[in-house]
Design a protein around this ligand. Sequence first.
Ligand code: F6P
Length: 335
Amino acid sequence: MQRIAVLTSGGDAPGMNAALRAVVLAADHYGLEVIAFRHGYKGLLENDYFEIKPKDVLHVLQYSGTVIKSARCQRFKEVEAAQQAAANLNALNIGALVVIGGDGSFRGADHLANYWHGQVIGVPGTIDNDLYGTDATIGYATAVAIAMDALDKIRDTADAMDRVFIVEVMGRDAGFIGLGSAMAAGSERMVLPELQKDKPLTIPALVKHIQKVQEIRGEGSYVMVLSEHQWPGGAVALAEQLEAEYHLPCRPCLLGHIQRGGAPAPSDRILASQLGVHAVELILKGHHRVMAGIRGNQCVEVPLRDTWEKKNPLDQNLLRIQHEIFNPVKKKPRI
Ligand code: F6P
């Protein structure tokens, strides 16, 4: 094989550029040409590509976003779209495609593999950290660092005015960003999708907890991390309800897409470099329909379907620790 292709797809994640750089430089090392499709699967369908050279990626790893652009492409779910993509890849004489993205992008890659004989390799690029088979996804560490930084700033004003803040973080259906940022910033409470199933948030229970923390710990401010989609109307609606129904001074804050920008964290740059190179090595070893992942510092390959069909649970030890931190008791236990 002489030619491979690469694209970035779905929500961009800090470190995607570093992964792209690693793919291009490793391919160059092994004498492979690389074609980059712009705007993910959209570019693949529209034949929007260019030959990407080492000079195009030499100084991109310090930037978030993706220099070859990304997009969400609903059309790619159709059979005709996968067939069209296969025809385009064959016409360009491409032997393998590296898809840098999240679960939606991997589903697209798997769908393509039903209609194309080339190798399909995934590289996990999403802030959500919601892909099975890898200890972390590219972008997650940066998103947590950004959310932590924002929570620290919120704390300054919350503390000054003895206010309650509801800070909404991203993560789609997973609570990794919520857990990581709440813990790193010392929040009083976190509401995560995984915990909601057993014990859904209610306003009376939240008010009781706020009062308990304020009474027992003598703390004026209360910062709660709310994972997105966990309350109808999100942080804004919840803050309004708390003020209206319980007269608690409460403000909402939506961190939104700032969680996907800025300089990628060192660990994301390193992870992306490892996985980008690993993806090329997997191609050379003949792997197909797998994601390049990291498990306990070892590069691994994970069947593409497993990455979304199986689930990475939240760290139970961290949840236990958070539970103890969040729940003050009045009486000291007798030892
Ligand atoms: O999957 C990454 C992510 O940032 C999620 O955390 C979030 O729910 C979603 O993408 C936002 O998507 P968009 O950028 O298309 O609004």
